[in-house]
Design a protein around this ligand. Structure first.
Ligand code: HEC
Length: 250
C-alpha cells in the first residue's frame, strides 16, 4: 500500500511538472511563455505628458484633470552644457539680502537663497575668486565673449566703455549707474554677487545669464577698468568686429 502510494505520488509529480513545463513553452523564442505576474515582465511605461487617468481599465477623473508635468523641485541643478562646465551649474552658495524679495522680486518659494541679514553675503562674496582662469591662450576669446555679453545685457545702462553713461541713463530713464573706473576696489566675487542678485536699481541677472557667462563678464569689466588686465601680453586690444567675436567663441 505504501509502495503504491509512493508510485502514484511520483507519477503525479512528474505529470504536474511535465504539464507545467510544457504549458510554459511557446513556439516564439522571444516570449517568456506563461506569465505568472505580467507586471514583472512588462513594467508599465511612464511617459512624460501622458495622462494616467486610466488605471486598470477604470477611468480616474481626478488624475486625468491633474497637471502631470511639474516644475523640477527647488534646487534642481539645470544642466545643458559641457561636462567641464558642471561646476558652473551648482547652486550659488551666497545668500541674497533680506530685502531682495521686495526690491528684486527674489522669493524663497522660487528657490532663492534669502539671508536674514540686510547685507546678505555681499561682503563675504569678496572672497570668491573667478573660477575662469585666464591664460595667454584663452584670454582674448574670454574678453571678446565678455564684450559681446556686456554689449547685449549691460551696455544700455553702463555704457559701452562702462562709464555709467549708457543710452538708458542718457535718456533720463535711470539714475545712479556707477562708472566702473570708480569701482576698481570692487572684488570679482562682489561683482558676481551684484550681477547675479542685482543691486539697487540694477535687476538680478541670474535668470538671464549662466554663471559662466557672469564670470566671463566679470573678466571683461576688469578689462574695461584696466587695459593691462590679463596674463602676460594682455595689452593687445579687444577685437571689435563681430566675425572675430564669433570665431573666438568656438
Ligand atoms: C537697468 C540698468 C542696469 C543694467 C541693465 C545693468 N546694470 Fe549694473 N548697475 C546698475 C546700477 C543702477 C548700479 C548701481 C547699484 C547700486 O550700487 O545701488 C549697477 C551696479 C553694477 C555693478 C557694481 C556692483 C557693486 O557691487 O557695487 C556692477 C559690477 C555692474 N552693475 C555690472 C553689470 C553687468 C555686468 C551688467 C550686465 C550683465 C549690468 N550691470 C546690467 C544698473 C544696471
Amino acid at each position: 500500500m505504501k509502495k503504491k502510494f509512493k508510485a502514484i505520488s511520483t507519477k503525479a509529480l512528474v505529470l504536474t511538472f511535465g504539464i507545467g513545463t510544457l504549458a510554459s513553452c511557446v513556439s516564439d523564442p522571444d516570449s517568456p511563455g506563461l506569465e505568472f505576474m505580467p507586471d514583472m515582465y512588462r513594467s508599465p511605461a511612464i511617459e512624460t505628458y501622458v495622462d494616467y487617468g486610466w488605471v486598470k481599465e477604470t477611468p480616474n477623473v481626478d488624475a486625468m484633470m491633474t497637471q502631470s508635468a511639474k516644475h523640477p523641485p527647488v534646487n534642481t541643478i539645470p544642466y545643458m552644457g559641457k561636462v567641464e562646465d558642471l561646476e558652473f551649474y551648482l547652486p550659488y552658495h551666497r545668500q541674497v539680502t533680506s530685502f531682495a524679495p521686495i526690491t528684486h522680486g527674489l522669493q524663497a518659494k522660487h528657490g532663492w537663497n534669502i539671508s536674514e541679514e540686510p547685507a546678505g553675503d555681499y561682503f563675504k562674496s569678496a572672497e570668491d575668486k573667478n573660477p575662469i582662469e585666464l591664460t595667454e591662450e584663452n584670454q582674448k576669446a574670454i574678453f571678446n565673449q565678455g564684450k559681446k555679453l556686456f554689449g547685449i545685457n549691460c551696455a544700455h545702462c553702463h555704457g559701452e566703455k562702462g562709464n555709467g553713461k549708457g543710452p538708458m541713463v542718457e535718456s533720463g530713464a535711470y539714475l545712479g549707474v556707477p562708472d566702473f573706473a570708480n569701482l576698481t576696489e570692487l572684488a570679482d566675487g562682489q561683482m558676481f554677487y551684484s550681477i547675479y542678485y542685482g543691486k539697487g536699481m540694477m535687476g538680478a541677472h541670474a535668470p538671464l545669464l549662466k554663471n559662466k557667462e557672469i564670470w566671463t563678464v566679470v573678466h571683461y569689466i576688469n578689462k574695461l577698468q584696466s587695459e593691462d588686465y590679463g596674463v602676460g601680453s594682455a595689452t593687445e586690444g579687444v577685437v571689435s568686429d563681430s566675425t572675430n567675436v564669433e570665431a573666438a567663441e568656438q
